[in-house]
Design a protein around this ligand. Structure first.
Ligand code: BES
Ligand code: MN
Ligand code: ZN
Length: 501
């Protein structure tokens, strides 16, 4: 889906469009644009509210047909919920719902009028989150759908406008809109990469995507192939990758700010990109295994964020470091019982080949510090245990620095990509010690998200470090804003985190 969004100064009832989306809070009497609309439609809105068909509740919408009484062919009333609870995420979701419905009804032109009742959000911020929401809701993954007459693949282009009568609003909105368009497009870029199946995305192909991204955005990109990984003795990445015909890669993208001084900090974003996680010799059950194509989501969130960062130009240096491998069982695969010497020199006894994410991340983290990162945030679909603990809407956050975790929490609050802290201290480190090697790659039965993070913590020398376990949040299942497949979790969060530094 291509989408173009503009902010225009106009009376919404005037605008010629296929669909007009109007935000309606949950309240006793109609106000704002909904009231205006009601008047124009001869009481049609109050009639349906009176019948109890629409109460302005969050996640609800209702469609009205205007039959020539205004510029729009249809009106979508979008519930904003209780006014006092509504925030930026409410607005983002409302815009996403509108765009989602517009695609469903094949409305190519959409006009949104969602922010007018939400005076507590500044114009630029409102325009940014609306834009992000429009990108999110308009997204469909249709690369493999034939264009047939059921119209499944009909999501080619959307023209959207954010309308307001105030010139001051429009002027301020334009800036927010530009940032929102970058973030929205980069998140959708990430969703498409994540949604591609493993027969289309190998580590080598993903590295090609990283290089293409670098060419387009003027980032620097280095790719280590299996020979270079071997020369550097990156034993963790090599061990996980050795069972597959698709050889592993390590990608490094670099963003440099225009004004760089000695004191400019370097931030490392490290993302797990397992293009397919079969579990390896410790093979997974077949049910649901198809979803393990999404095990590259952390690495792809880093690629998406780097793309946004290249456009939004923060004042810090950022390295995007993405280790990638395919975890397969074969005659060449690494095995339980193997002892792997990682890039750090630390040895790891393999207890479970399905705990592969940490094996590729540990090498990438060591390398990140070697390349000068003082702050490292890693993102990974690391453990099923995190999903058991937190469900599908919150990522786990762990780390060694409270301030860094707070900064991530702030970014999470702004972006609606929610995170929740979990511990990873000494007792969990103890669980990862091996009798015959420095560490083992799988702990006991309990606290799997915490032991996984504790394992990673052993590879940090002096950097400030935080770890995001996004195993549960990458794919939500379809809902009123969300197409099937990846949601691109982490792109908004990482970008916003970096921009705030
Ligand atoms: N990629 C999986 C984690 C995962 C599970 C992601 C469910 C998304 C949904 C990871 O590599 C894995 O297999 N982890 C194991 C670790 C265990 C063997 C210590 C797990 O969580 O079971
Ligand atoms: Mn695994
Ligand atoms: Zn995995």
């Amino acid at each position: 889906m291509q989408i173009r969004i503009k902010a225009i100064q106009n009376e919404v009832l005037q605008i010629k469009t296929d669909m007009l989306a109007v935000g309606v809070p949950e309240q006793k009497t109609l106000s704002g644009p909904a009231k205006m609309l009601d008047k124009r439609l001869g009481g049609a809105v109050s009639a349906l509210v009176g019948l109890g068909d629409f109460e302005g509740k969050e996640k609800t919408t209702v469609m009205l047909y205007t039959r020539g009484k205004l510029g729009a062919a249809r009106v979508l009333l979008v519930g904003l919920g209780k006014k006092e609870k509504a925030d930026a995420e409410t607005l983002r979701k409302a815009a996403a719902m509108a765009a989602f419905k517009a695609v469903e009804t094949k409305a190519a032109k959409l006009c949104v009028c969602l922010h007018q009742e939400m005076k507590n959000i500044q114009p630029a911020a409102a325009a940014q989150v609306i834009t992000e929401g429009l990108y999110f809701g308009a997204y469909r993954y249709d690369e493999y759908l034939s264009a047939d007459d059921t119209g499944k693949k009909k999501s080619a282009f959307m023209d959207a406008v954010i309308a307001d009568t105030s010139a001051a609003f429009i002027a301020a909105a334009k800036k927010g809109l530009a940032a929102g368009a970058v973030i929205g497009a980069c998140q959708n870029f990430a969703r498409t990469l994540a949604n591609r199946p493993a027969n289309a995305v190998s580590p080598q192909i993903l590295a090609g995507e990283a290089m293409k991204l670098a060419r387009q955005t003027k980032l620097r990109c280095t790719v280590l192939d299996e020979k270079k990984l071997a020369a550097k003795k990156m034993g963790g990445i090599l061990a996980v990758g050795q069972g597959s015909a698709n050889k592993p890669r390590l990608m490094i993208l670099e963003y440099r700010p225009a004004k760089k001084t000695k004191n400019t900090p370097t931030i490392g974003l490290v993302g797990k990109a397992i293009t397919f996680d079969s579990g390896g010799i410790s093979i997974k059950p077949s049910e649901g295994m198809q979803d393990m194509k999404f095990d590259k989501s952390g690495g792809i969130a880093v690629l998406g964020a780097m793309r946004a960062i290249a456009r939004l130009k923060p004042r810090v240096r950022v390295l995007g470091i993405v280790p990638s491998a395919e975890n397969m069982p074969s005659g060449l695969a690494y095995r339980p019982g193997d002892i792997v010497t990682t890039y750090s020199g630390k040895t790891v006894e393999i207890h479970n080949t399905d705990a592969e994410g940490r094996m590729i991340l540990c090498d990438a983290i060591t390398y990140a510090e070697e390349l000068g990162c003082q702050t490292i945030v890693d993102v990974a679909t690391l453990t099923g245990a995190c999903v058991v603990a937190l469900g599908q809407k919150r990522a786990g956050v762990m780390g060694n620095d409270e301030k860094l975790i707070e900064q991530l929490k702030d970014a999470a609050k702004k972006t609606g990509e929610r995170i929740w802290p979990l511990p990873c201290d000494d007792e969990f480190v103890e669980a990862m010690k091996s009798k015959i090697a420095d560490l083992k790659n799988a702990g006991g039965k309990w606290g799997g998200a915490c032991t996984a993070a504790a394992f990673l913590s052993q590879f940090i020398k002096k950097a400030k470090w935080a770890h995001l376990d996004i195993a549960g949040v990458g794919v939500w299942g379809e809902d009123e804003t969300t197409a099937a497949g990846s949601v691109g979790f982490g792109v908004r969060l990482l970008t916003t985190f970096v921009m705030a530094l």
